[in-house]
Write a protein that binds this ligand. Structure first.
Ligand SMILES: Cc1cc2nc3c(=O)[nH]c(=O)nc-3n(C[C@H](O)[C@H](O)[C@H](O)COP(=O)(O)OP(=O)(O)OC[C@H]3O[C@@H](n4cnc5c(N)ncnc54)[C@H](O)[C@@H]3O)c2cc1C
Length: 455
């Protein structure tokens, strides 16, 4: 009798979630699961190392959205439920030739509180006047599936460039004039109504209501770093009988009706890799899904004396493109996370550079530090001499979902040969909960496919 064997390639959060699913929920349909990872550790784009005397400071993702269930559920499943912590309730700012508090009532940058927008110094009076007419404009088509086109048509350029693009662009290192509207569900949901402002106002009020009623926080992370989520998931997978092969940079090759991965035969394969890492038959199916943006994350330990008092109690700031040089966003980590307090004092800052249209990987560490410290001097007004620093390079950090991304993903999946599945951040959502959901969903498909084969 042939056993039903499934390979999962890539031990980032997507592959780890897929692998665990296969040996738990699908255990009755699958005999053997092997997880291949080319690095000598698991985690992929989730990583952290000791910094400033703190056990682990994230070099990539530092939290996940807790309002969608998938990542929270996974954390609970692998025993981290009681270790989840939440950011402090501190507000962020936008730097636009000076610091401006993010106005109340925004939904991913879309204004839902006209009064707060009118009071903000972030927009010119012209920008505010243009935004004010949004509720009376006729409906705007979403067909071009382009965030920039839609938001500019509704509110004008200033709201788009200084708020929506600043927020969404910094989360996905993207240029929202080239990014799919449908792939940001929180934004896309607002377009069901004719007026974006009225829709945002309703959502903002609902969010404010649930927040004051003590609802669950928006973001969460395991104390001790995001990489604990991936390691705990892989540990649970191995504990349930799965096999992990580290240092295995594998190709997926057709072998009759089966697949060969790392010299072993499998009935089905879940490729949990970025699209630009796929080779063989899977790689041939995804040529138009490979756009990615590179990012460098610089972590700094800054002496308390150099950190201005006026910035205490803020989580950080965003820099809109019209005034961007290199830095796109700064997170005041020690203000945002209680457990990021260095034992020897000081503040931990994380500074992002690089995005779609602004390459950074050609810069060496010295040039990166010079540019970061120059920008910080211009924005914060202080010449910082970091006590400690760390430069983390993320080639292909963020998939860039171009307009009509979903259509291309569906077409690509239709072209995939039987038994081959792709999952993860290149296709089904960039945030960690979306990766967990994608990994689990395609693990289920692979299990069903494997079980349907004749034994
Ligand atoms: C700087 C940064 C900050 C971020 N911040 C957040 C955040 O705060 N919140 C959030 O929700 N998301 C955030 N993200 C996004 C999120 O971290 C990623 O989308 C997610 O981790 C991607 O997971 P994945 O498993 O799909 O891919 P990856 O993490 O890229 O995993 C793919 C794995 O496949 C392996 N691999 C590649 N080729 C092969 C091969 N041939 N054989 C075997 N193995 C191979 C790789 O080594 C890697 O381990 C951030 C991302 C970055 C880069």
């Amino acid at each position: 009798m042939t056993s039903h064997r499934i390979a999962v390639v890539g031990a980032g959060i997507t592959g780890a979630s897929a692998a665990l699913r296969l040996v738990t929920a699908s255990a009755d349909r699958v005999d053997d699961v092997v997880l291949f990872e080319r690095a000598d550790h698991v985690g992929g784009r989730i990583d952290g190392t000791p910094f400033a005397g703190v056990e682990s400071i994230d070099a990539g993702a530092d939290a996940f959205l807790a309002r969608v269930p998938d990542a929270v559920e996974l954390a609970q499943e692998v025993g981290l439920g009681d270790d989840l912590v939440h950011p402090e309730k501190v507000g962020a700012a936008v730097w636009y030739d000076g610091f401006h508090d993010i106005p109340d009532g925004l939904v991913l940058g879309v204004p839902g509180n006209p009064l707060a927008l009118a009071r903000s110094g972030l927009l010119s009076w012209r920008g505010k006047a243009r935004a004010a007419i949004e509720p009376v404009l006729p409906r705007t088509t979403t067909e071009p599936d382009n965030i920039g086109r839609y938001v500019r048509a509704r509110f004008g350029n200033e709201v788009h460039e200084r708020l929506v693009d600043a927020l969404v662009g910094s989360i996905y290192a993207t240029d929202t004039d080239r990014f799919s509207l449908a792939e940001i569900p929180q934004l896309a949901a607002l377009t069901d109504e004719r007026s974006l402002l009225l829709a945002a106002r309703r959502v903002a009020r609902r969010n404010a209501g649930t927040a004051s009623a003590g609802a669950a926080p928006i973001f969460a992370a395991p104390r001790g770093g995001m990489n604990r989520l991936v390691t705990a998931t892989v540990d649970a997978f191995v504990g349930a009988g799965g096999h992990l092969r580290l240092g295995a940079d594998v190709e997926v090759l057709p072998a009759g009706t089966r697949w060969e991965v790392g010299g072993e035969l499998f009935d089905a394969v879940v490729c949990a890799l970025p699209a630009d890492r796929l080779t063989g038959p899977a790689g041939a199916s995804v040529p138009d899904l490979q756009d990615r943006a590179d990012v460098v994350m610089v972590t700094l330990l800054v002496d308390d004396a150099e950190f201005p008092d006026r910035l205490l109690g803020r989580s950080g700031y965003l820099v809109p493109k019209p005034v961007q040089r290199d830095v796109t966003a700064v997170s005041f980590g020690s203000q945002k996370w209680a457990h990021w307090t260095p034992p020897g004092g000081g503040q931990i800052l994380r500074v992002s550079i690089g995005r779609d249209g602004a390459p950074v990987l050609h810069l060496d560490d010295e040039e990166i530090m010079t540019r970061v410290l120059d920008d910080l001097r211009r924005q914060i007004g202080v010449s910082i001499t970091p006590v400690e620093h760390r430069v983390s390079r993320w080639p292909g950090a963020f998939a860039q979902y171009r307009p009509h991304h979903r259509r291309r993903v569906e077409q690509m999946r239709d072209r995939l040969p039987a038994g081959l599945f792709v999952a993860g951040s290149s296709y089904d959502g960039i945030g960690i909960p979306a990766c967990v959901r994608s990994g689990r969903a395609f693990a289920d498909r692979a299990a069903t496919f494997g079980a349907d084969l004749p034994s």
